[in-house]
Write a protein that binds this ligand. Sequence first.
Ligand SMILES: [Zn+2]
Length: 334
Amino acid sequence: MSYVGPEFDPPQPERRESTGRFRRGPMVALVALVSGALLGWVAYEAVGSSGGPGSTGGSAGGPGSSTAAERSATSGTSSPASSSSSSGKSPSSASPSDDGKRADTPAASGPLKGKVIVIDPGHNPGNFQHASEINRKVNIGTNWKECDTTGTATNAGYTEARFTLDVAHRLRTLLQQQGATVKLTHDDGSPSWGPCVDERARIGNTAHADAAISIHADGSAPGNRGFHVILPASVRSGAADTRPIAAASHELGASIAGNFVRVTGEAPSNYIGDGTGLVTRKDLGGLNLSTVPKVFIECGNMRDSKDAALLTSGAWRQKAAEGISEGIVSFLRG
Ligand SMILES: [Zn+2]
């Protein structure tokens, strides 16, 4: 997802809408963590990245240059119930992740017992073979957008789609080990493309998810570094009405950003979000159409060599999954 154009709202100070059904959260902790992170950033820049052994796992699927904004969002489903309007075939869930573990059942007990979490592993690796399907426009409430895009890649060809699926598998394992029921919106080539951005939101809605997250990595200019979390603006237009979830999604996003800094040591983006690691947007179908607390995370910039060294490291991807997991856990614990 690369950012151009004026529609990026800087992160809004937390103005909770009283309509929210959901609990208040760890904003204070975030501020402390982010400022700490900024300090870390300075230190980081001083000593250079320590990305760990690269394990790109080769480039799977055609890398696509990311195009503006939302068109990077995709969605799918792992439950046969949701017949996708775009991809038709519903995926078989729980294929082995890079860590080789099959994780399709939640642990019998744990802090997340009874919680449902939907993970959207970003772009479907098969999208580049379905140009006509993914270019079809779908309605996201505020406007019409392409169903999906291929996502970006590192200069060496490690695709965003492969990165996000790996992190999604690791995150699923971590959450299930804590007792959560986890659904992926697509998984290991099933469906073979998409589903579309509108369907991604619907999957979280249908699952009545307690939290949902869409995982991405950016394709921005070299030198642009760091992660950011995208929060839904309060939107009411057509099928989009995020008023009931905006406040809780801000909490979820703040919690994930704070824990992501703490666990990965990565600083917030230095090119968007004014160093807070938080960005509020109103043009993403995956957020606009959500009726459950949901955020996107851009884990880093694949086109920056230092960030790419992190993103291609299996050890770093594990830390990224742990940071996101701990953010979700502390949000759900309220
Ligand atoms: Zn993306």
